[in-house]
Design a protein. Sequence first.
Length: 285
Amino acid sequence: MKAAAFDYIKAQSVPEVLALMSEHGDDARLMAGGQTLLATLNMRLSEPQLLIDITELTELKGIEIIGEHLWVGALVTHTEIENAALVKKYAPILCAAAPHIAHRAIRNLGTWGGSLVYGDPAAEWPACSIAVNATMVVRGLQGERRILASDFFVDLYTTALAPDEILMGTEIPLANAKQVFSFQELARRHGDYAVAGLAAVAKKTGQVFSDCHFVFFSVATTPVAAVQAQSLVNGQAVNAELIAAAVAAARAEIETMEDITNSAAAKSHLVGVLLERALKKMLAE
């Protein structure tokens, strides 16, 4: 199947993009890496009248330190994140997660912002963004606003981004030497969508964990944090008994959702498996 006919504009500035979005409304779509959009166009799941190419917008590119945050522009590719020394130092879980995203050809073109805005619950970046306590910086004609990653993903393929706004990039608090992490993903084959996954981050002093974030993906309609398990572990010395309690709490609190190949019960079991693996790995570091 081929895409329906549409007009095409390569935008040269963010104000131009915002003006076009305001003028054309739901008839317009933004194109960054195009890894998801082009597939939906060809299957006619999306039939915009105007495609706005934003790949030349320098404001949306780059990885840098700004104050106490790591800035990752919306147009930064998965490969750039995977290879960036700044990311490895200040948000290392992103480097660990990147190789799990599809295949190299996809990672070379697909973008950080595109994945976040699409809000796929099986994607790696939404869960990671919550785990690292990222803030989404979005801009519209009315100005700029910031949205915590934990508030950004509101439902299946639905985010808090307004129809007339564009994601500029994200601010990520800088990791320090006390931060430990574990990225866990189970897939039928490398590069496939995850059956279940976990982005886990904490600060560790001896055997005591604090500031814990255990965020699961591909188990529900959005990435979901194991809030009760986080509370159990926070401020406690981690041992086998505590890990077992956290696993039980995560399984009890997260309402998993079946997909075409895995039952909700199977996903619930994997929630515990992944959390146990992550806590043991983090404890051993």
